[in-house]
Design a protein around this ligand. Structure first.
Ligand SMILES: Nc1ncnc2c1ncn2[C@@H]1O[C@H](COP(=O)(O)OP(=O)(O)OP(=O)(O)O)[C@@H](O)[C@H]1O
Ligand SMILES: [Zn+2]
Length: 451
């Protein structure tokens, strides 16, 4: 799932009294059981629990459309008997040519209705020749389809603008327009929240349901989420997947708080848990204009989650290799540092290496600060550390007296020398966590350089 799909699922879960998960897998070329595994893993990770739906990728007639062919068949037959559906023998090539002709004469492409008047004889002859037809829904002429979209208000479509559309593919599988609408009706779906890319599908689906006398749900078409390139997020434009976000160490709660505010307004800017987000979710607060995904917003929520997480959560969030570096007796102090200085596990990993290993990477600005302070500063620091031992306050007093420096000139070279960078946790914590020998070695690094 990408963030657009995830937000659709989240809004459905936030809005609904009961949340249904259905696997729409009739397109055999695009459906694989590992996709279902990934989808379920993504939803579970987000903490979206469905009241009805599959627990795993084991196909099941209740929730997998690929298993529901016999159910759809009944409705195909009903439409055929009513004369509301007919066989179409046009080849993909023929359809493509017809499409191009329409486009080049400035018309919107739609099926011309070529096969809509075939006689029973013509149909059986073609079937005898071994041709495999699609089944098309016969769209009524000269009508309008109207509905009240819960986000976009009153909608009106002329049926003459809608070509007869395919409801069963040539391989016998059910097309989206059809099985999606049928299953909504059969599964008691009252509300469909989906992206506005589906808006034009809605009149088609309403026509099918009306022809079959099935109940029509209410629709809310939500504005799409756009990426930096100004195009809607999609699998194809490489927008970040939930799996990637999970691997980067984002907390689901950060994602929920960001997504719930993309195209939906909350009065409160605080971090909320799922229950609170749900209690305050309101369809009337959905916006009509496209929402832009900005990773800075996601990172803002991520930071709030990290700052408020408990020790156990942060301990479990660290990478295994990070946790392995941190000595047991320093774990609590290290987690405190992580909580107030890190947003991602790889930042925590860098701090673990700075504090508990000999790996030290000197950032350019830190190298400059250390060089400016010069050898004498670090010689004084070594003397101060020898005098003060584990007592950081005493160390600082000693350093101040010996160097005569204060403020930034006192702290920054020390920070640079001990950590290789100019930002980070308070110096006292660093001083206490660094092994005394390592601390010495780091300070000594800067004493052999001649200026
Ligand atoms: N950029 C987007 N912003 C918001 N919702 C989206 C976005 N893209 C898809 N959706 C919604 O996600 C739900 C699932 O859509 P679908 O499975 O077609 O995903 P998709 O990413 O559009 O697929 P594909 O990339 O194959 O077109 C639909 O409700 C759809 O409207
Ligand atoms: Zn045809």
């Amino acid at each position: 799932m990408h963030l657009g799909n995830a937000r659709t699922a989240l809004f459905s879960a936030l809005f609904g009294d009961r949340f249904l998960l259905r696997i729409e897998d009739t397109d055999s070329e695009r459906s694989r059981s590992e996709f279902v595994d990934e989808l379920i893993a993504d939803l579970r990770w987000m903490g979206l629990n469905w009241d009805e739906g599959p627990e795993n990728a084991e196909p099941d007639e209740r929730y997998f459309q690929s298993c529901r062919g016999a159910i759809y068949q009944r409705y195909y037959e009903e439409l055929e008997q009513q004369g509301r559906a007919y066989f179409c023998f046009c080849s993909p090539r023929e359809l493509e040519i017809s499409r191009k002709i329409q486009l080049s004469s400035g018309q919107p492409p739609r099926y011309t209705g070529k096969c809509s008047h075939l006689t029973a004889d013509e149909v059986s002859r073609k079937l005898d020749e071994g041709l495999r037809p699609t089944l098309r829904f016969r769209v009524p002429k000269n009508e309008t389809v109207e509905f009240e979209d819960l986000v976009r208000g009153p909608q009106k479509f002329a049926t003459d603008d809608i070509g007869d559309f395919i409801i069963r593919r040539a391989d016998g599988s059910a097309a989206f327009f059809f099985c999606n609408a049928i299953d909504d009706a059969l599964m008691g779906v009252t509300h469909v929240l989906r992206g506005e890319d589906h808006l034009a599908n809605t009149p088609r689906q309403m026509l099918v349901l009306a022809a079959l006398g099935l109940p029509i749900p209410q629709y809310a078409h939500i504005s799409l989420i756009m990426g930096d390139d100004g195009a809607p997020l999609s699998k194809r434009n490489g927008s970040r997947s939930l799996k990637q976000l999970r691997e980067e160490g984002y907390f689901p709660c950060a994602l929920l708080n960001m997504l719930a505010r993309l195209g939906h307004h909350y009065d409160c800017d605080d971090l909320m848990d799922f229950r609170t987000l749900k209690a305050n979710f309101d369809l009337s607060r959905l916006g009509k204009s496209p929402a832009r995904f900005d990773v800075a917003h996601l990172d803002h929520w991520q930071q709030l989650v990290v700052r408020s997480a408990d020790d156990e959560t942060l301990g479990g969030w660290l990478r295994k290799e990070t946790a392995a570096i941190v000595p047991e007796e320093h774990l609590a102090a290290f987690i405190e540092i992580v909580r107030s200085n890190c947003v991602f596990p790889d930042q925590a990993d860098r701090w673990a290496r700075i504090l508990f290993t000999d790996e030290l990477q000197l950032d350019p600005d830190a190298a400059e600060a250390a060089a400016q302070a010069g050898e004498s500063y670090f010689l004084s620091a070594i003397d101060a550390a020898n005098a003060a031992q584990a007592d950081f306050d005493m160390f600082l007093r000693e350093l101040k007296t010996r160097t005569g420096a204060k403020g930034k000139a006192l702290f920054m070279p020390l920070r640079a020398g001990l950590t290789g960078r100019l930002d980070g946790p308070e110096l006292g914590a660093i001083y206490r966590l660094l092994d005394p020998h390592r601390l010495h070695r780091r300070l000594a690094e800067f004493t052999y350089e001649s200026e």
